[in-house]
Design a protein. Structure first.
Ligand code: SF4
Length: 215
């Protein structure tokens, strides 16, 4: 049985008071929502790890599965299906039967932050769970960071210095321990609506990460 950070946070993880307050208030407003730290989803034996920022209000915080139920999930899961990294049908529900193949999705911060913006101390507080998750994946060869927050948390988690790993969409970096980090802008609706991230740009990074992981 897993213990400590490797086991993931408990449903009532008390570490970040601001996020606990939001969680409790949402449990009152929406008792049928998940409203808890969102566990990772996918194949722990996989060779690829995808790290997002944090659960979205109407996405993972509502449904309990990363990226499930909001726009970011539409683009992410369509891409995984296209690249052979998922099987089944994505129907934006945790019981849609979708299975990930050779990859796993997690978040740098497991609880919903107000306005999608976790505080630095919340990112730091949740990092042991990210580290624990990555350490549980001995086959991981590619780690995809969806956005700068995920990138920085992965770098810190691996013991690197941020100045040695500048974030840039399309960049990749060797991490200590042998895995390679691939950077993408986050696949959020905001980024795609503003043209900062196109579907082609996103598919390109995910393809590079898959090919590295499976080489
Ligand atoms: S963000 Fe992470 S550390 Fe903070 S309360 Fe949620 S699970 Fe716990």
């Amino acid at each position: 049985m897993l213990t400590g950070a490797a086991a993931g946070p408990s449903r009532d993880c008390p570490i970040c008071p601001r996020l606990v307050g939001l969680r409790l208030s949402l449990r009152e407003q929406h008792p049928d929502w998940f409203n808890a730290p969102v566990p990772s989803f996918g194949d722990p034996a996989g060779r690829m790890v995808i790290v997002g920022l944090a659960p979205g209000l109407n996405g993972a915080n509502r449904t309990g599965r990363p990226f499930t139920g909001d726009y970011a999930g539409d683009l992410l899961y369509q891409t995984l299906l296209k690249l052979g990294l998922a099987a089944g049908v994505y129907a934006a529900r945790p019981d849609d039967g979708l299975a990930l193949k050779d990859c796993l999705i997690t978040n740098a911060v497991r609880c919903l932050p107000p306005a999608n913006k976790p505080l630095p101390e919340e990112i730091t507080a949740c990092r042991p769970f990210l580290t624990g998750q990555i350490e549980l994946m001995p086959n991981a060869r590619a780690v995809v960071a969806l956005g700068r927050v995920a990138h920085e948390s992965i770098v810190r988690s691996s013991g690197g210095r941020l100045k040695d790993y500048p974030f840039a969409h399309g960049a990749s970096h060797a991490l200590s321990g042998g895995a390679r980090l691939f950077d993408s802008y986050h696949c959020s609706r905001y980024n795609t609506n503003t043209g900062r991230l196109t579907e082609a740009m996103f598919v390109s990074v995910m393809t590079a990460a898959r090919d590295w992981a499976q080489a």
